[in-house]
Design a protein around this ligand. Structure first.
Ligand SMILES: N[C@@H](CCC(=O)N[C@@H](CS)C(=O)NCC(=O)O)C(=O)O
Length: 208
């Protein structure tokens, strides 16, 4: 398998965590977001939407980080990253979707560029937008969390796979995590585990 990603792409970060939790080998190919390589003609042949990540597999190309995570779960069920009965699985997916559908897309690079370049938003306005949507989502999530040390299961799951990269983004944009103590504790705990540490942006060869 080959993962097309970038050290700071949080959607690629999700897939790196899932691969590590399942102990799967994967080659990595860097698509530099800051250089706009996601919109280059060669990459668009792999992923017509021009977003990271893309996973190249023996069966073909797969885009959308959660589709990739679910495919890894189905093809390599142990250890499970969507454990439990149908209700528990739905709870985990609910957290994963809160982050990946309701927070992440509106803070994506192309959205931020549109705000600044097309709508003439200032750097401050952009940062305010970014923090606002993270705080909005985290405030809701914080209320629903009870289980520790992970989001909603005894072992790391698809929920933590989505949450930890999103907290990384929040910290990068200086969101005050003291308002979200449960989320922050989960972040700190996950980052004691090799699967999460090895997937972290700062530990990728292209970090710089
Ligand atoms: N729903 C997609 C989102 C992918 C996505 O937004 N990727 C970002 C990096 S985290 C990207 O490629 N952004 C490039 C851009 O906005 O131009 C997924 O989960 O894979």
């Amino acid at each position: 398998m080959k993962l097309y990603g970038y050290f700071r792409s949080s959607a690629a970060y999700r897939v790196r965590i899932a691969l590590n939790l399942k102990g799967l080998d994967c080659q990595h190919s860097v698509i530099n977001l800051l250089k706009g390589e996601q919109s280059s003609a060669p990459y668009l042949t792999l992923n017509p939407l021009g977003l990271l990540p893309t996973l190249s597999t023996d069966e073909g190309l797969l885009s959308q980080s959660l589709a990739i995570v679910e495919w890894l779960e189905e093809t390599h069920p142990e250890p499970s990253i969507i454990p439990g009965d149908p209700w528990q699985k739905a709870q985990l997916r609910s957290i994963a979707y809160l982050i990946s559908c309701d927070i992440h897309p509106i803070n994506n690079l192309r959205v931020l560029k549109y705000l600044q370049q097309t709508l003439a938003a200032s750097e401050d306005a952009k940062t305010q937008w970014y923090s606002h949507w993270i705080k909005n989502g985290f405030a809701a999530l914080e209320k629903t969390l009870d289980a520790q040390p992970f989001c909603c299961s005894a072992e790391p799951s698809i929920a933590d796979i989505c949450l930890i990269p999103q907290v990384f983004n929040a910290l990068r944009f200086k969101v005050d995590m003291s308002d979200f103590p449960k989320i922050h504790r989960i972040y700190q705990h996950c980052n004691t585990l090799d699967a999460f540490m090895d997937a972290a942006p700062e530990n990728q060869p292209d970090a710089g």
